[in-house]
Ligand binder design. Structure first.
Ligand code: 5GP
Ligand code: MN
Length: 342
């Protein structure tokens, strides 16, 4: 984080000069990191005297509902006018846990319409565009929540974190690192976790609140997805699971229920890449995960108009489930042949 110090000085300058109206936006299908980093950043800005609104394009998953303060999030899909007004009146806009504005879908129009508020990026995805007044873009970082932690630490000290904001940051780090298991972890992340625990995080409570509060339908859908729907291709090196809308309805699907399903095939020895196709009303959501050298950020960008990180990425497909699977199979073959992995 070579230039973090200078960027923080610039950020302090931008935040000086009295109370401001500030908006924090995060990505569509907000996850633990999107919500956790937004909550903690909002807390710190409010402590500095600013008026802050957190906005997300659509609803966060129910297993994050227990996070204190999340009930005040403006969900653009549910309250478009209120959210657009807040964006319109904002004097500063923080963009957290995504880098391209198109990840906000319809909410991006409101952001672009506000031409006077500087936009500040705080994010850990690859390939951040240049169109921000200030950019905290650190793709090697495990999560946006850890990045926000580092900024708070250097800007005003972690004493400013109360129990709720410490829990929010801990959830962001925990969910984006596969419950503290991914290669993005460093000793500094564990030091941050230790401080968050000192600020009041009770690890068993947070774990149980996020991972042990699923609906019966979700657990049964997981069993069905693995037992009946998982397919292995490319000499058993690649997996996919495709779920249609009718199947989701059968299991009373709620937003967020399929979170993590895509990881299970990777627990099979020899599987290097896994995909999950989730049919929604407008398109098919594509989730990709990989191990080691298999770069799903590249794969998602090339074949599904998306992106993300090297080992976790996503995109969309606008054709039928069957056509999407055919496209995926061909893409896998091409990608694996190119890299001599067959
Ligand atoms: P997930 O599979 O959990 O939805 O997403 C995995 C990663 O890929 C996340 O970091 C997410 O931000 C990114 N991602 C998911 N969908 C898209 C997409 O449509 N476009 C881009 N650029 N990134 C995505
Ligand atoms: Mn993240």
């Amino acid at each position: 984080m070579l230039d973090l110090k200078e960027k923080i000085e610039e950020l302090k300058r931008m935040l000086s000069g009295g109370a401001k109206r500030i908006v924090i936006v995060s990505h569509t299908n907000p996850d633990g990191d999107a919500v956790g980093s937004s909550l903690a950043w909002a807390h710190v800005l409010r402590e500095m005297g600013h008026r802050v609104d957190c906005i997300v394009p659509n609803k966060y998953p129910y297993f994050l509902e227990w996070l204190s303060g999340i009930e005040h999030f403006l969900v653009f899909k549910e309250r478009p006018e209120e959210a657009a007004n807040a964006v319109n009146e904002a004097e500063m806009i923080f963009c957290l846990d995504f880098n391209r504005l198109d990840r906000l879908e319809a909410l991006s129009d409101a952001i672009l319409a506000n031409e006077k508020a500087p936009r500040i990026l705080i994010d850990h995805h690859l390939d951040a565009p240049d169109d921000y007044q200030l950019r905290f873009s650190y793709p090697e970082t495990c999560s946006t929540s850890f990045l926000v932690y580092r900024i708070i630490e250097q800007m005003c000290g972690t004493e400013l974190l109360d129990k709720a904001s410490a829990e929010a940051l801990y959830v962001g780090i925990m969910t984006d690192t596969g419950n503290f298991s991914f290669s993005t972890l460093t000793p500094e992340v564990y030091r941050a976790a230790a401080v968050l625990i000192e600020r009041g995080v009770h690890v068993p409570y947070v774990n149980a609140s996020v991972y042990n509060q699923f609906s019966e339908g979700r657990v049964r859908l997981l069993g069905y997805s693995i037992c009946t729907k998982m397919q292995l291709i490319q000499q058993n090196q690649v997996a996919y699971i495709a779920l249609k809308e009718a199947e989701l309805r059968r299991f009373d699907f709620q937003q967020g229920d399929s979170e993590g399903f895509v990881n299970y095939p990777l627990t099979i020895a020899g599987v290097k890449m896994s995909a999950m196709f989730l049919q929604t009303r407008k398109f098919i959501r594509v989730s990709l995960r990989s191990r080691g050298d298999v770069d799903v950020n590249l794969f998602a960008a090339r074949y599904f108009g998306g992106g993300g990180h090297k080992n976790a990425a996503g995109g969309k497909s606008f054709v039928s489930v069957e056509q999407t699977i055919e496209h995926y199979k061909k893409a896998v073959q091409e990608f694996f042949t190119e890299n001599n992995w067959q």
